[in-house]
Design a protein around this ligand. Structure first.
Ligand code: ATP
Length: 601
């Protein structure tokens, strides 16, 4: 029996032991080594399940499958049944420990000890396997309708009954939606590359496949089952989102044109929500910048795609923006928030109508366009859409003249846009899925301060609040992302700009993200009162960027023994549409520092 398991499955305990190691390490190289060890032991058939579980989910987010997120009450009932302790006792223990995972573990321990003492050798447990845990959790997530609560409790208590104490801890964390190990996609890809080839080329092939389908479990499975060669042939599928191409930033039109190769297609940079629109026959999917399935929020956009895209199969990109139906004027980004609701979407649709401004085409009629130059993509886009007031190409010009580019930028700002995106049009200007590069350059006007733009930073630590801020945090330690090393480098401590309401919410926001040591992907010389798993992104405005002996962002890049810091940072808002690796990069901050120097001199 045990051998059978080894062949097609994996003991859940192996996975849990890896979770523990991942939680305990402060070194990214160790994280990768633990993952390599784990993947070596994992049968190809279940490698996708192992990857989803490790990221605390059952499917990639974009699939829009029912999520776990089982409520506390229900979990307490399941723990009670599994351990034989009354619910009251479970509740008391929860009050004491504040962590249901630990509660399950503690009660399992005492139960087991008692059982062991009483009936030495009796009552054999079935060791849990990954397949069993995954399948059961999947059933828990999907159970709905009458009787589903009881079914969920039954399924969960059955699992917990057979779980060892430590397994129980992690099962509960997963069902609560609180398993946050902070294992990034990039770290998993590194481990897969080590295991399947070990070369830079292997890493690139894995990443390309991931960029085309946004499903790391699926990519790992193809890789494990069919090898690197099969992954090379990986194709786009309509209905699976492609990871978006992103822009670098510059603030000088002359430099922008030079950097892009002499001539650009410049478009308005609309301030709304990015949308990747997939069409297959009558079926339409809409994916957000973070690749969540947001189709249900925009029935009007679904209708526009159906009416105005002539190709039977297509993947196109655009920005959804709220508009004033009477004047056609663009409305601010915040108005779109009213569309983020589950119910009464038809009411919100009337009050907050939208337009879609299209800017790219990635796939049409069975053909992959991501490897084709921009103008070819743009021409095909024009060919397959019927434009109207509410569904049309982003405003654009083609120019090699910096003066014209500057005028176009001012026109964009006047129209209510953030600025422009200037895009390279030479023959290698392909769609770089999942990458931020110089083929797209954003040029935003911001008059607010010396620092020309806001930045999006990741929270990696927090400081205890005093005085009026007792009971919450006084400041947050913020970091920029370094894609080269897949780490976060600190750049400032932010304590201003928060409303009283923002402040009151901080402990709740971070309660599940606090860890007892620095996260392996965080590089910091500062020791905060609390370390936080890099996850939450905030938009920050600062006065200027200075050299700093304390912060690790850009360390040694401008001056040896110094990094860069943002002075007088102010919190603007949470950027929940961004994940940690979408934050402003270290290179962008170095670039901003250099720009600022030029302006002063
Ligand atoms: P930001 O916070 O500035 O929106 P970002 O990190 O979300 O930046 P970038 O790639 O840096 O993304 O900037 C491009 C973003 O601007 C896109 O993600 C998209 O949402 C938006 N956008 C608006 N108009 C355009 C356009 N014409 N072409 C490309 N992107 C556009």
């Amino acid at each position: 029996m045990a051998e059978d398991i080894q062949m097609k499955d994996l003991h859940f305990l192996e996975l849990v032991e890896t979770f523990q190691k991942l939680e305990a390490t402060t070194k990214r190289t160790e994280m990768i080594a633990y993952l390599v060890d784990l993947f070596k032991k994992t049968h190809p058939e279940i490698i996708d399940e192992v990857i989803y579980l490790m990221q605390g989910k059952l499917y990639p987010d974009w699939m829009g499958m029912p999520e776990l997120g089982v409520g506390e009450k229900l979990i307490m009932r399941a723990i009670s049944i599994a351990t034989g302790f009354p619910v009251k006792r479970v509740k008391e223990e929860f009050k004491k420990q504040g962590d249901l995972g630990k509660v399950a573990e503690t009660l399992k321990l005492s139960k087991r000890q008692a059982a062991l003492l009483a009936f030495l050798g009796a009552g054999v447990q079935h060791p849990l396997t990954v397949k069993r845990v995954y399948t059961t959790l999947d059933r828990v997530a999907k159970a709905s309708g009458p009787g589903s609560i009881d079914l969920k409790v039954k399924l969960l208590s059955g699992l917990l009954q057979d779980a060892s104490p430590i397994e129980a801890r992690y099962i509960v964390r997963i069902v609560e939606g609180r398993l946050r190990l902070g294992v990034a996609d990039a770290t998993i890809m590194d481990a897969l590359a080590v295991l399947y080839g070990g070369s830079k080329e292997a890493r690139a092939i894995i990443e390309r496949a991931f960029n085309l389908c946004s499903d790391l479990g699926f990519v790992a499975k193809v890789l494990a089952e069919k090898g690197l060669h099969a992954l090379k042939e990986f194709k786009i599928t309509v209905g699976r989102p492609i990871r978006p191409m992103l822009a670098e930033r510059l603030n000088d039109p002359r430099e922008i044109i030079a950097k892009a190769g002499g001539k650009v297609l410049a478009e308005f940079k609309y301030d709304g929500e990015r949308a990747q629109l997939h069409k297959k026959g009558d079926l339409v999917w809409i994916f957000s910048r973070r690749l969540e399935n947001i189709t249900a929020q925009y029935p009007d956009v679904v209708e526009m795609v159906n009416n105005s895209v002539s190709a039977g199969e297509a993947i196109i990109e655009g920005e959804i923006v709220c508009i004033d139906p009477d004047t056609g004027d663009l409305r601010p980004f915040q108005d779109l928030m009213h569309r983020k609701r589950k119910y009464d979407i038809h009411i919100a649709m009337k009050e907050y109508p939208v337009a879609v401004f299209l800017f790219d085409l990635l796939y049409a009629e069975g053909e992959d366009y991501t490897n084709k130059p921009l103008l070819e993509r743009h021409n095909k886009l024009k060919e397959i859409i019927k434009e109207n007031e509410r569904f049309r190409l982003a405003e654009h010009i083609i120019t090699d003249d910096p003066v014209e580019l500057e005028e176009f930028m001012l026109k964009a700002v006047e129209t209510g846009c953030e600025g422009i995106v200037a895009k390279a049009i030479h023959s290698s200007a392909v769609y770089q899925a999942g990458a931020r590069g110089w083929l797209w350059i954003k040029y935003k006007r911001d008059y607010r301060s010396e620092m020309m733009d806001t930045v999006d930073l990741v929270v990696v630590g927090a400081f205890t609040g005093r005085g009026r801020r007792a009971g919450t945090f006084g400041a947050l330690l913020m970091a920029a992302y370094d894609p080269g090393t897949d780490t976060f480098k600190t750049v400032c401590k932010v304590g201003t700009g928060f409303t009283d309401e923002d402040l009151a919410q901080l402990p709740k926001i971070f309660e599940d993200l606090i860890i007892p040591h620095r996260h392996a992907r965080v590089d910091s010389k500062i020791q905060p009162d609390y370390w936080i798993i890099p996850d939450k992104v905030a938009e920050i405005m600062g006065a200027e960027i200075t050299l700093s002996p304390l912060h690790t962002c850009g360390w040694g890049k401008i001056k040896s023994d110094a990094g860069l810091a943002i002075r007088f940072p102010r919190f603007i808002r949470w950027r929940d549409d961004k994940g940690a690796s979408d934050a402003t990069t270290v290179d962008e901050i170095i670039e901003m520092y250099r720009k600022q120097l030029k302006k002063i001199s």
